[in-house]
Design a binder for this molecule. Sequence first.
Ligand code: HEC
Length: 190
Amino acid sequence: MDSFELNKIMGAVLGACLALLSLNIAAGAIFAAHPPAKPGYEIAVQEQDTRGKPGEAAPAEEPLPVRFASADVGRGENSGKKCAACHTFGKGEPNRVGPNLYGIVGRAKASEAGFNYSAAMKGQKGNWTPEDLDVYLTNPKAMVPGTSMTFAGIPRGKERADLITYLNTRSDKPADLPKQAAAAGAPKAQ
Ligand code: HEC
C-alpha cells in the first residue's frame, strides 16, 4: 500500500468523522431538549370530599323524624360498636373512658353518677333529646367545644338515626321517637 492510498483511506475516515460530527451538531440543534417550564406533570383530578370542609354547610339531610321512620335497630347496634371502646350500654354497667349510656335518650346531660365530666359538658343544659344527640354525634366538638369525648363524629345522618334508635332501646322507658314519612315526591337520599 503506497502512501497515496493510505492518505485516501485516512481522508475517508476523517471525512466520515466530520460528517458524523456535523450531523450530531445539527441533530442537537433540531431536537434540543427544552427543559419544561414546570417540572412534573399536572393531573387534573376533581377532589371529591364527601365529608365536607370545616365551615361549609353540611349536605342537605332529611329531617330526623324522616330518618327515624326508616331507622333500623340492628344497624344501630352495629354502629354502636364505634362507641364501645369508651362506653357501656347495659343497665348498671360501669363508666369507662366515657360514661355509661344506659337510658341516655332523655337523660339529663352530664348526669351519670361517678363520672368526671369536662367543664364543657357540665355546662350543657337540659336533657339529651334525640335532636341534641343527632347534633352531638355529628361532630361532638362542634356542639360542645372542649368536650373530652375524642370521637370525630358520624357524618351520615341515616347512621346517626339508626344509632339513636338503638340507644333508645337501652332504657327502662324508651322515648317515643318522632317518626314522619318522607314528603311525597322528595328525592330519596341514600
Ligand atoms: C374515645 C372515647 C369515646 C368514644 C369512641 C365515644 N365516646 Fe362518647 N364520651 C366520651 C367521653 C370521655 C365523654 C364525656 C365527655 C365530656 O365530659 O365532655 C363522652 C360523652 C358522651 C355523651 C354524653 C353523656 C352524658 O352523660 O351527658 C354521649 C351521649 C356520648 N358520649 C355518646 C357516644 C356515642 C353514641 C358514641 C359512639 C358513636 C361515643 N360516644 C363514642 C368518650 C367517647
